[in-house]
Design a protein around this ligand. Structure first.
Ligand code: CU
Length: 221
């Protein structure tokens, strides 16, 4: 590879890292600064600034992935006004563990919608009027990225029309397997508890990060 080509390759890699990532489209994100998305657990936004109503029962979450293939995990803190650590997700103040809200799954580039139901987690403290924070953990090949949404759970509330793209088929991800989003070959088989979830994300970040740059180098050979 000539010097000019390697420069080009390096700048393209940098451009891809800056431009790509993902957005949380619904419910409303706590905040998005692309460069800060790698900062856990809310992409660099450490305080609740806005809280929106969100269904306690059947609901949808929409994100938009800007990577060719991404691994997504969605967790939730219920009854905690401003969670700041992973230990506050997937566990109640009384020590009951649950979730995740959406298990590991892989999605192609573009918008993706998930069916969720917080009431189905079986939490005594998930009631009408309870505050919750939904945490999107995303890995598109350049490391773990985070977006949060702060909500108040409202029984019987429906996601208002227009917030979820009407042409999207929302995915229902259950158990430990991936759904119909993409190939299941890379599906993790570990049980997604809060501790193993974090471990997987870290491992996944490394492996996908490596494959990302392997792909780039092959391209520029
Ligand atoms: Cu990215």
């Amino acid at each position: 590879m000539k010097f000019s080509e390697s420069l080009l390759a390096a700048s393209l890699v940098a451009a891809a890292v800056v431009r790509a990532h993902f957005t949380l489209d619904y419910p409303q994100t706590r905040g998005l600064i692309h460069a800060d998305e790698p900062t856990p657990i809310c992409g660099g936004f450490n305080n609740v600034t806005n809280r929106t109503e969100f269904p306690l029962d059947a609901a949808e979450i929409q994100i938009n992935s800007h990577h060719t293939l991404a691994t997504v995990l969605i967790e939730v803190a219920v009854g905690i006004d401003d969670p700041s650590s992973f230990s506050q997700l997937n566990t109640t103040s009384s020590g009951q563990t649950y979730g995740p809200l959406v298990p590991f799954n892989q999605i192609p580039e573009g918008p993706a919608c998930y069916n969720v139901d917080i009431s189905s987690l079986g939490l005594a403290n998930a009631q009408n009027g309870t505050n919750a924070t939904i945490v999107i953990i995303y890995d598109g090949g350049d490391g773990n990225l985070f977006q949060c949404a702060d909500v108040t759970l409202v029984q019987g509330f429906k996601v208002p029309q227009g917030f979820i793209l009407s042409n999207l088929t929302c995915l229902t991800i259950t158990g430990n397997a991936t759904s119909n989003a993409t190939s299941t070959s890379a599906a993790p088989t570990n049980s997604p508890t809060s501790s193993s979830a974090l471990t997987f994300v870290q491992v996944s970040g490394i492996s996908l990060f490596a494959s990302f740059f392997l792909g780039m180098s092959v391209y520029f050979v």
